[in-house]
Design a protein around this ligand. Structure first.
Ligand code: AHG
Ligand code: MN
Ligand code: MN
Length: 331
């Protein structure tokens, strides 16, 4: 019975399975989990310590930054920069790559993250999360260069998210399945609660912001019409991590598609779409931009956006088929 196994024990078991593992990843991941515990602590008492609301700043995304966005960002950077396993970091909240200060040793890993996903939900106590993606540095200098971050999603060595919901969970993959851990605050440990998560091949839930329907391409209309005809329910939280996690466990599809206003979509490729795509593919699902697999996209910019259709395999295939049919009609 492995339920309840502490994350550190699980990581050491996984480490022992690969002969040339050094333990660096295990140490890095343990630091990351500690950073998330700090964020979880602050999220769970946000209303008491005056950290709700706007920070009165606009980030590189042109979005209003919430106080908790910055607190989560600082918690991750401070926790991760001194661990000795990173050559650099990138965050949704930082315009440029974040170098590791020279006072700390450097390593071969690259960490990208969305420190707080679903910011619009913070003040109303709806689930938010942290999304992360880990790559290996490809360049030879100690300090990471931009090209180390602009790798396609297929190069990720690890991806995951922390969900600050009714419980705080960690869900991650290193390419050997998808595993979920639940934080037990009384012992301060993430304990195994969902081993080898597999997404149902077809779901009965679709998640997208229907207030955008006046901008939808016909392909989106057609897919939603098919989903409704199949008796699917609409569920949309407005936090990618929360919508994704529900669909991962129950089956379903999340869409933030290209529309008539922009073919870029809203969500960011490197630290939202790619990590979620790695997870969903490892769980037996699929992730597409509507025209190509998310993890095949060659990144050009740290904060580039992509349309995203992600979840149960058959649902994503049906949505992509609608996109292809429209493309054929309009070509
Ligand atoms: P973030 O809070 O990191 O900016 O991400 C918000 C994203 C994602 O979490 C969610 O799915 C989407 O924005 C919701 O967008 P809309 O409010 O436009 O539906
Ligand atoms: Mn986000
Ligand atoms: Mn964010």
């Amino acid at each position: 019975m492995r339920i309840g196994m502490p994350l550190t024990k699980f990581l050491y078991e996984e480490q022992r399975k690969c002969p040339n593992c050094t333990g660096n990843f295990t140490d890095l991941f343990t630091d990351l989990a500690r950073g998330a515990k700090i964020i979880s602590r602050d999220v769970n008492r946000a209303g008491l310590i005056n950290i709700l609301g706007s920070a009165e700043q606009t980030n590189i995304q042109g979005e209003d930054v919430q106080k908790l966005d910055l607190i989560a960002n600082d918690a991750l950077i401070t926790t991760m920069e001194s661990g000795g396993h990173l050559a650099g970091m990138a965050s949704e909240e930082n315009e440029n790559i974040i170098p590791i200060p020279d006072e700390f040793p450097k390593g071969d890993y690259i960490l990208l993250f969305d420190p707080l996903d679903g910011s619009s939900n913070i003040d109303v106590n709806i689930s938010v999360g942290t999304i992360f993606s880990i790559l290996k540095k490809k360049t030879t200098n100690d300090d990471a260069e931009l090209s180390d971050f602009l790798q396609p999603g297929g190069e990720q060595v690890c991806a995951g998210y922390f969900l600050y919901g009714s419980s705080t969970m960690l869900v991650y993959t290193t390419g050997c399945g998808v595993h979920g851990f639940t934080l037990d605050p009384s012992v301060g440990e993430f304990l195994l609660s969902h081993e080898n998560i597999q997404v149902p091949e077809q779901g009965s839930i679709y998640s997208l912001n229907e207030s955008n329907s006046n901008k939808w391409h016909d392909s989106t209309y057609n897919f939603i019409k098919k989903a409704k005809a199949r008796g699917c329910k609409a569920r949309y939280v407005g936090s990618l991590v929360a919508d994704f996690h529900r669909n991962l466990l129950k089956g379903g599809v999340f869409l933030y598609p290209a529309d008539k206003e922009t073919n870029k979509g809203k969500l960011r490729l490197l630290y939202e779409a790619n990590p979620m795509a790695f997870i969903i593919e490892q769980a037996g699902g699929a992730a597409s931009s509507g025209t190509e697999n998310i993890m095949d996209i060659n990144p050009k910019d740290l904060h580039q956006r992509t349309p995203l259709i992600i979840g149960s395999k058959l649902d994503v295939e049906e949505a992509v088929q609608c996109c292809k049919a429209e493309a054929e009609l309009t070509s």
